[in-house]
Design a protein around this ligand. Structure first.
Ligand code: FAD
Ligand code: SF4
Length: 512
């Protein structure tokens, strides 16, 4: 009896129950394959982070005495796909059983299910031991009847279930479930944004291997020490650094953006979480403990805001993905059909907010939530870019982008392409929002206060035109009806001017 256990590139948790016991009849298989590096064009740092993390895990397992079969990108016997390499590994091990952890992506779930059916030996799927809920946990929470799921309701149920930030009497700590309203301050450069956790790895050798293999990437591979954690020890150090330096101000400046810092007080923990170097519960618990240890330094509003992202949004998004795939990926409820501008791949655009957010993404494989949602996403939404093209760009560019979390955030939350199933309103803003929450407008050739002039901020006409175009759909939505009604109240000449300006902006989108 011999077993092969497949480990995927986002399953890097060295504390998975699999590894508790050394078993000479088990071979762990990891593979760097072109089918994964090439299914979308990825940022250089994303490919590096995943492959280096896989190599670290393989070394760790070998060090603990486990048997490991590792396919490197350049190995001559690497068939560059899961099925063919698995067949090789099964034959080499004379395996009688195949096991793998539950994949998080629909595409891989299908591929591995087909392989299990056809491999001719006993095959089983085990949990990845990573999420707080099962794939269908969110769907079960809402039941089949609801047409729209509200994250808040699900989040409260997880708080109650885990006891996180709950009083003994079952009430939320501080008497409120949600401190979002306290978390909307702009940031003016003080207190200084914390230094991010410093990586130490030198990945130049691996980068040379990736290039030699001909993998087409984009973005900067990172000049010095690699900035993303590659094993659990590094991920824990990153987590501690955030609790110490970032969390105290996370809440206050959660929505702020500033040219002097790409992360402000955000954690940059999404990559470590998504490749399973950190468990979501331990991250949320670490925040609660930091608050309990010193509530004066780590306020409840910051702690609740952070915990909500991890145990609320992250789990909820995953539930939407599994409930709605595969049709969800092609949603386009608003009928948007503009191609993605080519400057998304270069950052060469004059609009300073977009130049900064896209340029930063290309340089660092990271942007924080508000940059993704209210700058890049909001532009695509109001301009009317094809949601699927926006989604493919987001999937490639960010180090933390795995389809189960990226796709619903883009298709649902950011592009409203699911018709409002995930988010009850479209998230978009005009220049007034960007100007309030960032310093981007100061360095911009466009005028944030103008709508129609030659140097008027393009976001203004696009924003009002968006409401005019979709007024019928949104006028009765209590969360945004006011913006729509304001658009509808404009006199006919103004409406026509906005429509004409927006049409011209769309026609000249490459020149913005
Ligand atoms: P923090 O602000 O420090 O938040 C803490 C953690 O909460 C994050 O690390 C993340 O794990 C979780 N989180 C916060 N918001 C969300 C959310 N909306 N959905 C799921 N988890 C959340 N997140 C990804 O992990 N991968 C993606 O590919 C991704 N794509 C996105 C695309 C768009 C258009 C938008 C609007 C959001 C996207 N997000 C994605 C969610 C969120 O923007 C990122 O998780 C966050 O910016 C990562 O940075 P951070 O670790 O500093 O986050
Ligand atoms: Fe962006 Fe408009 Fe401000 Fe320029 S003026 S930075 S385009 S919001």
């Amino acid at each position: 009896m011999s077993t092969v256990r497949l480990i995927l590139g986002d399953q890097l948790n060295p504390e998975h129950p699999w590894f508790r016991r050394r078993d000479p009849s088990v071979t762990y298989v990891l593979m760097e394959v072109r089918s994964e590096t090439d299914y979308v064009r990825h940022h250089a740092q994303k490919v590096l982070a995943v492959l280096a993390g896989m190599r670290r895990l393989a070394d760790h397992l070998r060090g603990k005495g486990h048997k490991v079969r590792y396919f490197r990108l350049g190995d001559p016997d690497n068939a560059q796909g899961f099925a063919a390499n698995l067949r090789t590994a099964l034959a080499e091990a004379r395996a009688t059983r195949l096991e793998h952890q539950e994949p998080d992506e629909w595409r891989l779930d299908q591929e591995l299910a087909a392989f299990r059916r056809e491999c001719g030996i006993e095959a089983a799927v085990v949990g990845s031991d990573h999420f707080l809920d099962a794939r269908d946990g969110v769907a079960r929470h809402f039941g089949k009847s609801r047409s729209r799921w509200l994250m808040e309701s699900y989040y409260r149920s997880v708080r109650a279930r885990t006891g996180l930030l709950m009083d003994a009497d079952g009430e939320p700590e501080g008497g409120r479930w949600n401190f979002d309203a306290d978390n909307r301050k702009p940031w003016h450069g003080q207190p200084p944004a914390p230094r991010p956790w410093d990586g130490k790895a030198d990945l130049r050798g691996l980068w040379a291997e990736i290039q030699a293999a001909g993998v087409a990437t984009f973005g900067e591979p990172s000049a010095g020490a690699f900035p993303w954690p590659l094993d659990r020890r590094e991920a824990l150090a990153h987590l501690r650094a955030f609790m110490e330096r970032g969390l105290p101000s996370f809440g206050d400046y959660e929505d702020a953006m500033h040219t002097s810092s790409d992360r402000l007080f955000h954690s940059r923990l999404s990559h470590a979480l998504n490749v399973k170097l950190l468990h979501p519960l331990e991250v949320a618990q670490a925040a609660v403990e930091a608050h309990r240890a010193d509530p004066g330094r780590v306020p409840l509003a910051a702690t609740e805001g952070f915990v909500r992202q991890i145990i609320g949004w992250r789990e909820y998004i995953r539930g939407v993905y599994w409930a709605r795939m595969p049709e969800y990926a092609e949603s386009n409820a608003l009928g948007h059909d503009l191609p993605l501008p080519s400057w998304f791949w270069t950052g060469a655009v004059r609009m300073n907010c977009l130049r900064h957010a896209i340029g930063q993404s290309l340089a660092t494989a990271y942007a924080h939530h508000i940059q993704r949602l209210m700058v890049i996403g909001s532009f695509c939404l109001t301009a009317g870019v094809r949601p699927r093209e926006v989604e493919r760009w987001f999937l490639g560019v960010y180090v933390d982008a795995f389809e189960w979390v990226e796709l619903p955030n883009v298709i649902g939350m950011s592009q409203h392409a699911d018709g409002g199933f995930l988010g009850s309103k479209p998230y978009c803003g005009a220049a007034a929002y960007i100007n309030r929450m960032s310093d981007y407008c100061k360095g911009c050739p466009y005028d944030p206060k103008d709508r129609l002039g030659p140097l008027a901020c393009p976001l203004n006409a696009l924003y009002w035109d968006f409401w005019l175009r979709h007024a019928g759909r949104f006028k009765d939505n209590p969360r945004i009806g006011m913006a729509v009604r304001q658009a509808m109240r404009m006199d006919p000449a103004e409406k026509a001017a906005i429509r004409a300006k927006a049409a011209a902006l769309r026609a000249g989108i490459e020149e913005l």
